[in-house]
Ligand binder design. Structure first.
Ligand SMILES: *Cc1c(COP(=O)(O)O)cnc(C)c1O
Length: 224
């Protein structure tokens, strides 16, 4: 199936209140343009260098999301143009984004990544760390960042119940934090969860942003 056909198929499964982030990492500009020509405007990348290259060469009305792990020394490259950073996984990273955002005279939209999977390797705040970071309140002084919600990745497993339960945990946490800290903040509304293999479960559990790569663009060739 072509990229266009994949997108048309995918759209049947994504309700209008959920946004699609087309994850174009490791795929060339031509692939991005095929999705663009179908009307897609939100693209996600997980390598800073690759993202910057695509930003420079592709249409300027694309909304670029950074979905990878952040190294503090690369943040300043993203700040000028990134629309949403999904994977903020420490207070230090938040401070670093803030610093560059203030220098650039911008407010950068961020999602805090929460560790919901059982695997040790996935990045993110544990729910306890997240609650501690929020309750200590220092983040309120960071006027260069806007916390728009959370991002999470479920365990890589065939056990659908487990995946659903992990997404449910994140949605629960989101609702509690919204009530306690962001009740009057309209921009705190995003829950980024769900990838090619589990986005339907994520949507059932309240996702607002699904990050989908291989179901659109096919398998990634990590050699290139
Ligand atoms: C690569 C990636 C995706 C997309 O994964 P697919 O399984 O190809 O849909 C989503 N989220 C993150 C954080 C990723 O790194």
């Amino acid at each position: 199936m072509s990229i266009q056909q994949n997108i048309q198929e995918l759209r049947k499964h994504i309700p209008s209140n959920v946004r699609l982030v087309c994850v174009s990492k490791f795929h060339p500009n031509e692939a991005v343009m095929e999705a663009y020509d179908c009307g897609e405007r939100v693209f996600g990348e997980s390598k800073v260098q690759e993202l910057c290259g695509k930003y420079e060469t592709l249409p300027k009305d694309i909304s670029w999301h950074y979905i990878g792990h952040l190294q503090t020394n690369k943040i300043k490259l993203l700040v000028p143009f990134v629309d949403l950073i999904h994977g903020v996984d420490s207070y230090k990273v938040l401070e670093e984004i803030n610093k560059h955002a203030l220098k650039a005279g911008k407010v950068v939209n961020c999602l805090l990544q929460v560790h919901i999977a059982t695997e040790e390797t996935k990045f993110g705040f544990s729910p306890e760390e997240l609650m501690e970071t929020l309750s200590d309140g220092k983040w309120r002084d960071l006027s260069g960042i806007r916390i728009c919600g959370f991002m999470g990745m479920a365990t890589y497993t065939d056990n659908r119940n487990q995946v659903s339960a992990e997404f449910h945990t994140l949605k629960d946490l989101f609702d509690r934090v919204k009530l306690q800290y962001f009740n009057d903040v309209d921009s705190f509304k995003e829950l980024s969860m769900g990838m090619s293999d589990d986005f339907e479960l994520a949507i059932e559990e309240g996702s607002t942003l699904v990050r989908i790569g291989s179901s659109i663009f096919g398998n990634r060739n990590y050699q290139t």
